[in-house]
Write a protein that binds this ligand. Structure first.
Ligand SMILES: Cc1cc2nc3c(=O)[nH]c(=O)nc-3n(C[C@H](O)[C@H](O)[C@H](O)COP(=O)(O)O)c2cc1C
Length: 396
């Protein structure tokens, strides 16, 4: 008895010694190490050079299920990967005599003025990534030359709270609700609080994140794990289709138009045919998106379908684009195919998780600087000069 008490005391004092010892720093750093990513420590904000650098920092700082929620695509993640790969099948043609001097990047989309043709995409529950959630996202976007932000229907903070105080322009995103009053009671206060446009997302009828299905017993639950967009398998619904999104039709746009007086966009358009139907139903802009590869797996990459949609729309309404953008060159490639502006989903989420508002700001500033550089290298100093001639695509 005495002997074991003594041994316990000896172990305790050894533990106290180790805890106070600089030796412990090594194991702690190793605990942060992710051998797959060869990340031996968490880099400081000033050390991060590209948007890709923010992902391992977000990975290190978030609990696994929350990190996964941002990382996942649906099914086997073919579409999510293809969104990135498609950019590799397009070359930017360098100018033999690169331009120099100032680059003009300011534009206006649906009346919203912006210094760069870049928005923050609507993405859900940013409060999981940072305690100040969407407020921190907006703060970072504001600091990055007043980048407009689209607030998700599933935001952690209510729209009015995100909109409180000065900051960058806001649009609001809506998942259609079957009872028209539910759309009204969500949109009207948001528009009153300053939402300058409404983005109606039509593309997420059946999100099935296989990776979340596999991991559901390993996580404590919540969006990133147990739920994570995974629809429970009821005998009456063997394909896990979320019934709450399967009813809507094109006339939904006609119906919300009766009370929405700001511009309306349809988000999730992937075909020329649907783009033309948008025009028939008075939609003010087409938002080409496949939800970052989180909806129908094996749907095409957004970059590959962009030209056919731009050609069908023929400049009658703006075309906004997202999916896989991680570099300024990706932005220029989308603009060259005819997008009026692009939106950024995961990259700014990594920024928010990694370093809060400052992380968001830096991610956006990196993209802005890279866009300008790519414009100079291709000899284009204005957005008006950006055209298809500067790009060679290999998938047509
Ligand atoms: C974690 C996460 C949450 C998202 N939540 C929403 C949402 O609430 N509403 C919506 O319209 N799109 C949502 N999206 C899709 C994004 O708006 C956007 O289309 C996509 O992230 C763009 O691809 P990227 O992440 O490769 O930039 C979400 C995407 C991610 C990654």
């Amino acid at each position: 008895m005495r002997r074991s008490a003594t041994r316990r005391m000896a172990l305790q004092s050894l533990a106290a010694f180790v805890a106070g010892s600089p030796l412990l720093e090594t194991p702690l750093l190793e605990a942060q190490q992710d051998p797959v990513r060869d990340q031996s420590r968490i880099k400081a904000l000033r050390e991060l050079e590209s948007t890709f650098d923010f992902e391992p920092v977000a990975f290190a700082k978030l609990v696994r299920s929350v990190y996964d929620y941002t990382a996942y695509g649906s099914g086997g993640e073919f579409t999510m990967r293809r969104n990135r790969q498609a950019f590799e099948w397009a070359d930017l043609i360098p100018a033999a005599t690169p331009a120099s001097g100032t680059v003009q990047t300011a534009t206006t989309v649906l009346g919203t003025e912006m210094q760069y043709p870049i928005f923050v995409s609507p993405t859900a529950t940013q409060g999981q990534l940072h305690p100040d959630g969407e407020t921190a996202m907006r703060k970072g976007a504001t600091a990055a030359s007043n980048t407009p932000m689209i607030v998700s229907n599933n935001s952690t903070l209510p729209f009015a709270k995100v909109a409180a105080g000065p900051g960058s322009p806001l649009w609001v995103q809506l998942y259609p609700k079957q009872a028209m009053d539910d759309n009204k009671s969500y949109l009207e206060p948001a528009i009153a609080a300053g939402a300058r446009a409404v983005v109606v997302t039509v593309d997420q009828q059946a999100p099935v994140y296989e990776r979340a299905l596999r991991g559901r017993n390993l996580t404590a639950g919540g969006r990133g794990g147990g739920r994570g967009g995974v629809v429970s398998v009821a005998a009456s619904n063997p394909y896990r289709l979320p019934m709450y999104r399967l009813w809507y039709e094109w006339r939904f746009f006609d119906e919300i138009r009766t009370f929405v007086k700001v511009p309306i966009l349809a988000k999730g358009i992937l075909t020329a045919e649907d783009a033309l139907l948008c025009l028939d139903h008075g939609v003010d802009a087409i938002y080409v998106s496949n939800h970052g590869g989180r909806s129908l797996d094996y749907s095409p990459s957004t970059f590959e379908v962009l030209p056919e949609i731009v050609d069908a729309v023929r400049g009658r309404v703006p075309v906004v684009f997202d999916g896989g953008i991680r570099r300024g060159a990706d932005i220029l490639k989308a603009l060259a195919l005819g997008a009026n502006a692009v939106c950024i989903g995961r990259a700014v989420r990594w920024g928010l998780a990694a370093y809060g508002a400052e992380g968001v700001q830096k991610v956006l500033e990196i993209l802005q600087a890279e866009l300008k550089l790519a414009m100079l290298q291709t000899g284009r100093t204005t957005l008006a000069a950006v055209d298809r001639k500067m790009e060679r695509v290999h998938f047509q």
